[in-house]
Structure formats: structure tokens, C-alpha cells
Design a protein around this ligand. Structure first.
Ligand SMILES: Nc1ncnc2c1ncn2[C@@H]1O[C@H](COP(=O)(O)OP(=O)(O)OP(=O)(O)O)[C@@H](O)[C@H]1O
Length: 233
């Protein structure tokens, strides 16, 4: 039996009485860049945290390569949260060493290479980095692990359009084709060029999962046009 890289089967998540995700069934294969798109509060971060094994579903299941998402799957998944894991006293080089010590699959050579591409210096103090530079660092840390699945939660939220282009170039440049990346964002237009597939979630429900190519062929629409149509208020 072929095991899927990531599979949600009727997964729901409640926070108390609030339903953040409702009956999500989603299968993700290898070698894809997937856009997880939805407006604020639609459930993107919740879905990411469930895929990362940090939150368990209230009902249904979430599996990574056939194993329930949780402690056993953490080594297969590299998660870039929307808030940094590094400490403000650190220099960039300390953050690299922290990751190297913490994750056996951390590739220091790749990280050094990627830092250069991102115009970050090892001696830079993290507390002095701008929001956009900090995002570049977090992305470098997340992508420098050798994982099967990368989860990037809002990786371009804090940066201007030029820097966004740079970050997207870095994702494509340093992406390993056997792995998959899920990127959550509401900045659809700036980022759609790198997606193979898109998932739309609205009010905790998955309303579309489609290959970008199919979207263009079947509907004659760009992802951005489709997004505006689905999420029109
Ligand atoms: N710890 C929590 N306790 C209670 N409600 C929560 C909690 N975390 C998230 N929620 C609620 O669940 C819903 C989904 O939140 P989530 O953070 O997954 O959305 P999102 O799509 O990532 O939003 P954004 O784009 O604004 O980051 C929201 O209504 C949010 O208020």
C-alpha cells in the first residue's frame, strides 16, 4: 500500500466550543508546493499545527507517512511557525548552532549557503533584525533541515514586495524535489507562481483542493482571481 506523505481523514479541531476546523479530508503527495489559502481566522495555523503534530484532532485523524501526527512524525516534518522559536539574545550563528544541536537532520552547509543568498550575516544579532530579515532567518532554519514535509506558516507576512520575491526565490532554489512544502498565506497574488496545488479554507472548512494547472484549464482563472471569487464578502 502506498502511504501518503500527509493525510487528513475527517479531521476536526475544537478549541472549547469554537470549531476551528471542520471535517477536513486532504491528501498531500510528495514533490509538491501547496498553497494553503484562506482569510484571517479561517483555520490555516490550526491545520499547520495539526500536520506538525503539535495539536491533535478532536475527531478524525492526521497521518504523516502512515503514522499519526505527533512525537513519532516530528523528525519527518519541519515547521516554520508564525512566531519565531529563536531567542532574542542570540546571534544568527547561535540560532544555527541551536538548530544543529536540536535536529539531527540539520544541514549546516545548506544553512550557510542559504544565509548568504538571503543577505544575512552570522554575526547579526537577532534582536536587531527587521521583521522581514527575521522571517528570512526563520525560513533558512526551517528549510535547512532534511525533512519530507515543510510547513511554512505565513512566511512572507512581514516583508515588502521586493523582499517577498527574494524569499520565494529562496524557497524554489533550496527546495528538495522529493519533499513537499505547504505554505499558508493570504497574500495570494505575490506567491501563486510557485504553487503546484492550492487548498482553500473558509471558516474552518476546506472549500477547494485543486492543481493550479487544472484551475487555469478548467476555470480559466488565476489562483488570485479564484481566491477573490471564493472569498468575496
Ligand atoms: N488557542 C485557541 N483558543 C481558542 N480559539 C482559537 C485558538 N487558536 C485559534 N483559535 C480560533 O480558531 C480559529 C482559527 O484560527 P487559526 O489561527 O487557525 O486561523 P488562521 O487562518 O491561521 O488565521 P490568521 O490568518 O489570522 O493567522 C479562529 O477563529 C481563532 O480565533
Amino acid at each position: 500500500m502506498v502511504e501518503h506523505l500527509l493525510q487528513f481523514k475527517g479531521a476536526s479541531k475544537q478549541y472549547g466550543r469554537k470549531t476551528a476546523l471542520q471535517d477536513i479530508s486532504l491528501t498531500v503527495g510528495s514533490g509538491k508546493i501547496i498553497g494553503l489559502l484562506g482569510s484571517n481566522g479561517s483555520g490555516k495555523s490550526t491545520l499547520m499545527k495539526m500536520a506538525a503534530g503539535l495539536l491533535s484532532p478532536s475527531s478524525g485523524s492526521v497521518e504523516v507517512q502512515g503514522l499519526p501526527a505527533g512525537p513519532k512524525t516530528k523528525s519527518m516534518v519541519s515547521f516554520m511557525p508564525d512566531r519565531p522559536l529563536t531567542e532574542s539574545w542570540m546571534k544568527v550563528k547561535d540560532a544555527l548552532m541551536f538548530y544543529r544541536d536540536f535536529y539531527v537532520d540539520f544541514d549546516m552547509e545548506k544553512a550557510t549557503h542559504m544565509l548568504e543568498f538571503m543577505n544575512l550575516k552570522q554575526e547579526d544579532k537577532i534582536s536587531a533584525l527587521s521583521k522581514g530579515m527575521n522571517e528570512r532567518l526563520q525560513l533558512t532554519l526551517a528549510l535547512s533541515r532534511n525533512a519530507a514535509l515543510y510547513l511554512l506558516d505565513e512566511p512572507i507576512g512581514g516583508v515588502d514586495p521586493v523582499a517577498r520575491g527574494k524569499i520565494l526565490d529562496a524557497i524554489v532554489e533550496f527546495y528538495h524535489e522529493d519533499s513537499s512544502i505547504i505554505i499558508s498565506t493570504h497574500l495570494v497574488r505575490d506567491i501563486e507562481r510557485i504553487f503546484d496545488e492550492i487548498v482553500f479554507i473558509r471558516d474552518g472548512e476546506m472549500v477547494m483542493h485543486e492543481e493550479v494547472e487544472q484551475l487555469r484549464l478548467k476555470h480559466g482563472k488565476s489562483v488570485d482571481e479564484m481566491f477573490k471569487e471564493v472569498f468575496a464578502e
